[in-house]
Design a protein around this ligand. Structure first.
Ligand code: SR1
Length: 328
């Protein structure tokens, strides 16, 4: 047994609210499982609120959680302009807040991210090298989402850095059907550019985008086009590992670990410990050629990708003791 003293504030089961902008897609489901499993290990309870891409609804959910007097709040995505007021109210009432993928910068909040700038550069650098710094690309993007806005900063820098790379088409929307929408939008682009060699690559900086464009490219039999994505899941790995898959590279962190890190920072705050204002997890680039013949899953990908795995961040001595106290 671990002997570290468990702070009084976290000894009883805590009520945590997770306020999410959306919960569709494999990234979100892995993230939620990371949140739920870490809260459970700490003996707490988490209520997940899903706003279905509606920022006003997200602000309402935040208000509901505050009114219910939860012990801590996790925010996933969303924008400062919609949530600042509610978050400030939570802080004023002594409810700690940790955000992920959000642009809130209020004092007292810890904001975590996947280091979107590195994610984007990791995959774009690979794309540039594969096409020798020259060619036609398609960009899938939608504004208004903090991680995508940050990735776009790097994309703009990429275009400046490689003047011989030309964007020939751009589309993108985030919905409850992002993969399907991306597929039909990519089909339209392929109809516009039917000649072999007219498109070299697609930058799809969200796995729901990448899934859709990959399907469209496969169905059109366009093996001249490669896909460079962001994010990773069991489903993504299966798609990347399929024979002749156009999806050749992706940059990612482990979404479940993102959720668990966010929970640990929240518990540190509730325990009265100092936490940083910002923390960015370190992403890895995963390329098709690093993956073996046999099927890889998120459970064993660390065997193939150097440095993939636990971030070991936001651990306090007492956390192991708290987990043991709760039979974990
Ligand atoms: C619509 S925003 C989608 C992104 O959120 C998370 O940061 C994931 O990495 C995903 O790409």
């Amino acid at each position: 047994p671990v002997n570290a003293e468990i702070p009084e504030a976290v000894q009883q089961p805590l009520k945590i609210a997770a306020i999410m902008e959306f919960s569709t897609g494999t990234f979100a489901s892995q993230y939620v499982s990371g949140v739920e499993s870490q809260v459970k290990k700490f003996g707490g309870e988490v209520q997940v609120y899903n706003a279905n891409n509606d920022l006003a609804q997200m602000a309402n959910h935040l208000q509901t959680a505050i009114n219910q007097g939860v012990d801590g709040i996790l925010i996933d995505h969303g924008r400062a302009e919609a949530l600042n007021q509610g978050v400030q109210e939570a802080l004023d009432k002594g409810i700690p807040v940790v955000t992920f993928d959000n642009d809130i910068t209020l004092e007292g909040v810890t904001a975590i991210s996947q280091d979107d700038y590195s994610l984007a550069w990791g995959t774009l650098k690979r794309l540039a090298q594969d096409i020798n710094g020259e060619g036609n690309i398609v960009y899938v993007w939608a504004g208004g989402f903090t991680p995508l806005e940050r990735r776009n900063v790097i994309y703009e820098a990429f275009l400046e850095h490689y003047p011989n790379v030309k964007e020939v088409a751009r589309f993108g929307s985030v919905s409850n059907n992002t993969a399907l929408d991306s597929q039909s939008q990519m089909e339209a682009v392929l109809k516009k550019y039917p000649e072999e060699g007219s498109i070299d690559a697609v930058f799809a900086p969200y796995d729901e985008f990448a899934k859709g464009v990959t399907r469209a490219i496969e169905q059109a039999g366009r093996d001249d086009i490669k896909v460079y994505g962001i994010d990773l899941s069991d489903e993504d790995l299966q798609i990347m590992q399929a024979e002749n898959s156009p999806w050749v590279a992706t940059a990612a962190t482990d979404p479940a670990e993102v959720g668990s890190v966010q929970v640990r920072f929240l518990y540190q705050k509730i325990a009265g410990e100092e936490t940083p204002a910002i923390y960015a997890l370190d992403p890895s680039v995963v390329t098709q050629d690093q993956l073996p013949e046999e099927a890889v899953t998120m459970a064993n990908i660390s065997e193939h990708i150097p440095n993939w795995g636990q971030s070991n961040v936001a651990y306090s001595d007492w956390m192991k003791a708290l987990e043991e106290q709760n039979g974990e």
